[in-house]
Design a protein around this ligand. Structure first.
Ligand code: ZN
Length: 90
């Protein structure tokens, strides 16, 4: 029984290490890893629900698309109300 537990723990440790390394190898943020321009976010409900720290993005300039690490920005944390232009009588 002890052998099974040790082997199971070893397998779980391997899975955890591989997951951490793959996460750290992913590009971070909204900038393209090739041309360094801002990419467009592609919404994927399944990916957003299962792994909210990852995001799929697409570069309009060079066509690169892939999964990147999501970066929390100050604009995303504080929701801003849409500004409505005021009508001024003339
Ligand atoms: Zn690009």
């Amino acid at each position: 029984m002890l052998v099974v537990v040790v082997l199971l723990v070893t397998v779980l440790l391997r899975v955890a290490i591989v997951t951490a390394v793959v996460y750290l190898l992913l590009p971070q943020g909204a900038l393209c890893p090739h041309c360094n321009l801002e990419m467009v976010a592609i919404r994927n409900r399944v990916l957003d629900r299962l792994v909210p720290v990852l995001q799929r993005r697409w570069c309009l300039e060079c066509g690169w698309n892939g999964v990147v690490r999501r970066v929390r920005t100050a604009r995303a944390r504080t929701r801003q109300r849409p500004t409505v232009p005021r009508w001024t009588p003339r």
